[in-house]
Ligand binder design. Structure first.
Ligand code: ADP
Length: 709
């Protein structure tokens, strides 16, 4: 049924009427015609309007079109038009419009009254009634015009609608409806014989005589499967799955079959079957199951990753906290929990609530951490990915401060968005302690340095003093040596003269002397010689100390040297009545040294041995010690011996074991000190082995080949 174009606003009289007239001509149904008239009048007058006419059910009128009326008002108007004897029903036979008051109708169809205008062919019974909510009793001219021009047209349309079949016959309609259903629908008898199938069902279960063999086979198979499945159902509503084949594509399909038996009281029973395609649903379910399995596997993997991560994090000694982008704590390891988690959560259940101070410290730590994170999350640091700072947290258990270095790293997602923040803390207690110790060490070290500097300065001062003293001593020693050398020389000259004259007198140069004169002169000679010996020894020492006694190195043999010594000492040996023996090593090599000095040392040692030995003898031995390259000449006596306490002392100047004025042995106490100095000049030394009453052994050790110094 075609519908005319919507009406334009009806402002100008001739134009508007023309438009309505054209519109009415285009209307192909009574309803469309009534709608056009009602709309035109309602808009033109801004009032409610309606058109009542015959409905589809014979004998019952309806509101063909209305504007500004409720459904109840429309129904009331239709009833009033049909009710015999009602004010409206009179319009069916009485032509002409008139105004009806509001209470003219039961149900007050139009408050305030309305104009009622019968519509139809002139002279015939009214086919419909037009009603406009306008004050009466005068009928506006355009309302009258509408009634005269639309009335006949509407009557014609009503007659035409009544002639045309308004709907298909119920059986055909049912078939069309069933065919329009997208699922296959079948009607079978109880044996499964197909009575009716919609287009979809025919596609699966029916094949024409000209169908391809493949389709024939597929349809046969489908029919068999369908019948078998149908046979499993009872007489009640039944649901089960039935696998079929797509006759076109050959693909496997899965359907849910819903069968409903329809029991006809006067005929054979039939079964209505509806097939619902589950293939896609099955596939979707399968895919869903697979996704679900994957999801579970991923979930398991994530859980195990999380466990692993937890274990890794807990094994780290440094506290680590993972926070979400808003700064909320998501995860933390055990060391972090000790600082940031509420104590109840840390301990085993039932440990009791922590005291207020512990809670306060945890709160403080959390606040410090939040303020640290705020720096990283603030707009100033939007482009910064890591933030480092130093915080001093409180140990919740003990309250002692824990200096920490916190390093926060932003964790970004694939799209660069912030997904979390990982913060790692590093305890700086040890570092600070080390720095403190280092500082202390530096302080001590600089103190020490200052002390060393002052000690060094003092030492340098002392050294300087010592150096000056050494110079002074050296100068004094040189002066002393010079003095002694001069004095010795000064002493020796007159002394030699005295000894010379004494000797001449003793030889009788001035005539024979009486025995007392000779005795006295002999004493003068003896004392003079002793004095000369002392002066010579002093002179030797001063010359050695003044460096005026040079080495005269030469090749010589020890045996010859010892022979000379023995010859020189012979008168003394003879007087002593001691046995003096010499034993020389076989293969004693010749030596390169200062012969005079070696001889002087040996003479001195032998002279001492003879002096301090009263009985027994003196044994002189010489040997060469290959390992050290030294020659050893020892003088061993059976004399009085020397106590250990005196064995060092006797090598010093003027030192004797017995230095009392009443001492039994003469001497100056200079002999051994000269020997020690001379041996040192040769690169050797003098050693002593002795014990009181058991004799003494003095040994001169010196290198076979002296080195010139
Ligand atoms: P002097 O013999 O002129 O006193 P020395 O320097 O030669 O001087 O000797 C120092 C002292 O060593 C001697 O006075 C003596 O007491 C002791 N002495 C030296 N040789 C011997 C020795 N062979 N036996 C015992 N005492 C000795």
């Amino acid at each position: 049924m075609a519908s005319p174009a919507p009406l334009p606003p009806a402002e100008a009289d001739p134009g508007a009427r023309l438009v309505l007239a054209e519109h009415l001509l285009a209307c192909e149904s009574a309803v469309a015609c009534a709608r056009a008239v009602v709309d035109w009048l309602a808009r033109r007058h801004g009032a409610p309007a309606a058109c009542v006419g015959p409905g589809e059910v014979a004998g019952a009128s309806v509101c063909l079109a209305s504007e500004g009326l409720t459904g109840a008002q429309q129904a009331a108007l239709a009833r009033a038009w049909d009710a015999p004897g009602s004010p409206l029903a009179t319009f069916r036979t009485r032509p002409g419009a008139r105004w009806l008051a509001a209470d003219a109708l039961e149900g007050a169809a139009m408050p305030g009254g309305f104009l009622a205008v019968p519509l139809g062919r002139p002279g015939a019974t009214a086919a419909a009634l037009l009603m406009v909510g306008l004050p009466g009793p005068a009928v506006p001219e355009d309302v009258a015009w509408v009634a005269s021009s639309a009335g006949p047209h509407l009557a014609r349309q009503l007659a035409s609608d009544a002639r045309a079949p308004r709907r298909p016959e119920p059986d055909r309609l049912l078939r069309r409806v069933i065919n329009a259903v997208s699922d296959p629908v079948l009607l079978t008898d109880t044996d499964g014989t197909l009575l009716f199938a919609n287009a979809r069902a025919e596609g699966l279960l029916v094949a024409g005589p000209d169908a391809s063999p493949g389709r024939m086979r597929a349809v046969e198979l489908n029919q068999r499967l369908f019948r078998e499945t149908l046979a499993q159902g009872g007489t009640s509503v039944h649901r089960r799955e039935v696998p079929l084949v797509d006759p076109l594509e050959g693909m496997d399909l899965l359907f849910e079959l819903v069968t409903t038996p329809v029991l006809a009281p006067d005929g054979p029973s039939v079964v209505v079957s509806v097939l619902r395609n589950l293939t896609d649903l099955g596939r979707a379910t399968q895919a869903l199951g697979e996704s679900y399995r994957q999801l579970r596997a991923t979930e398991r993997e994530a859980r195990s990753e999380r466990h692993r991560l937890d274990r890794v994090l807990d094994s780290v000694a440094d506290p680590i906290i993972l926070t979400d982008p808003a700064g909320g704590m998501v995860m933390m390891n055990d060391p972090a929990e000790r600082l940031f988690a509420w104590p109840q959560a840390q301990g085993a259940a039932g440990e009791g609530a922590a005291d207020e101070s512990t809670l306060r410290r945890v709160r403080t730590n959390i606040a410090l951490f939040a303020s640290f994170l705020a720096n990283l999350l603030g707009p100033v640091n939007a482009g910064v990915s890591r933030w480092k700072s130093q915080l001093t947290l409180d140990d919740p258990a003990t309250g002692s401060p824990v200096p920490m270095e916190a390093m926060a790293n932003k964790v970004l997602g694939d799209g660069g968005e912030l997904t979390g923040i990982v913060t790692v803390f590093h305890d700086r207690t040890e570092v600070l302690e080390r720095a403190r110790l280092l500082e202390r060490v530096k302080e001590v070290s600089s103190e020490l340095e200052a002390r060393v500097q002052s000690a060094t300065a003092e030492l340098a001062e002392q050294n300087e003093k010592l150096r000056r003293q050494a110079i002074q001593l050296e100068q004094a020693s040189a002066a002393k040596s010079q003095f002694l050398a001069n004095m010795s020389h000064e002493f020796r000259t007159p002394l030699n003269a005295i000894l010379g004259y004494t000797n001449m007198l003793l030889q009788g140069v001035s005539g024979e002397m009486t025995p007392p004169q000779r005795r006295n002169l002999t004493r003068i000679d003896s004392n003079g010689r002793h004095l000369l010996e002392v002066i010579n020894e002093i002179l030797d020492i001063t010359r050695i100390e003044a460096g005026r006694m040079p080495l005269h190195l030469s090749d010589f043999g020890i045996p010859e040297l010892l022979q000379e010594v023995m010859a020189e000492m012979d008168p003394i040996i003879a007087r002593s009545k001691l046995t003096v023996e010499t034993r020389l090593d076989e293969g004693l090599p010749g030596v390169w040294s200062d012969r005079q000095k070696v001889k002087q040392i040996v003479l001195n040692l032998l002279s001492n041995a003879l002096k301090f030995t009263h009985e027994g003898g003196v044994h002189i031995a010489a040997e060469y010690q290959n390992a050290t390259g030294t020659v050893a000449i020892s003088v061993k006596d059976t004399g009085i011996g020397i106590d250990v306490s005196n064995q060092e002392k006797i090598f010093e100047d003027f030192q004797q074991v017995d230095s009392s004025p009443t001492r039994a042995y003469g001497g100056t106490g200079l002999g051994l000190s000269i020997c020690r100095r001379l041996a040192a000049m040769l690169g050797g030394r003098v050693s002593l082995q002795s014990a009181p009453g058991q004799g003494s052994t003095f040994t001169l050790h010196f290198p076979r080949r002296a080195r010139r110094t």
